[in-house]
Design a binder for this molecule. Structure first.
Ligand code: SF4
Length: 109
C-alpha cells in the first residue's frame, strides 16, 4: 500500500464501524454546561458515595434526554460487554447484580 486515500477495504471497515454509531440528535449529555465526567465509571480511588452521586446526576440527565430510546437501543447491541459508565440512564453493571436504569433506580431524581 502506498498511502493512497481510496483503499476500499479500509473504507468498508470504516463504514461498518460508523454504521454502529447511533445518531443521537439532541443528546442531553452533549449539551453545553453538562459535565461529561458525570457519566464516567468509578475512578480508582473515588469514594463510592461520590460515584453514586455522579451517576444519579447522570441518570437524571438521561431521563430527560430526547435520544434516550435510540441510546438504549444502541446500548442493547452490547449485551456482553456494554460501554462503561452511565449510558442510556443505566448504571454500570456490578458483577453479580442486575443493571439498573433511570426508570427503576429509586435514587434517580
Ligand atoms: S440517554 Fe444519556 S447517555 Fe444516552 S445520549 Fe442521552 S444523555 Fe447521553
Amino acid at each position: 500500500m502506498t498511502g493512497g486515500s481510496a483503499d476500499p477495504a479500509w473504507l468498508t471497515l470504516l463504514e461498518r464501524i460508523l454504521d454502529r454509531v447511533p445518531k443521537l440528535d439532541g443528546a442531553a449529555c452533549a449539551r453545553p454546561g453538562v459535565d461529561p465526567r458525570l457519566f464516567d465509571p468509578a475512578g480508582p480511588n473515588e469514594p463510592p458515595a461520590a460515584v453514586a452521586a455522579r451517576h444519579t446526576a447522570a441518570q437524571s440527565i438521561c431521563a430527560g434526554c430526547p435520544a434516550l430510546d435510540d441510546c438504549a437501543a444502541w446500548l442493547d447491541t452490547f449485551p456482553k460487554r456494554p460501554p462503561r459508565g452511565v449510558v442510556a440512564g443505566r448504571r454500570p453493571r456490578i458483577a453479580g447484580r442486575p443493571a439498573t436504569d433511570a426508570t427503576t433506580d429509586r435514587t434517580a431524581a
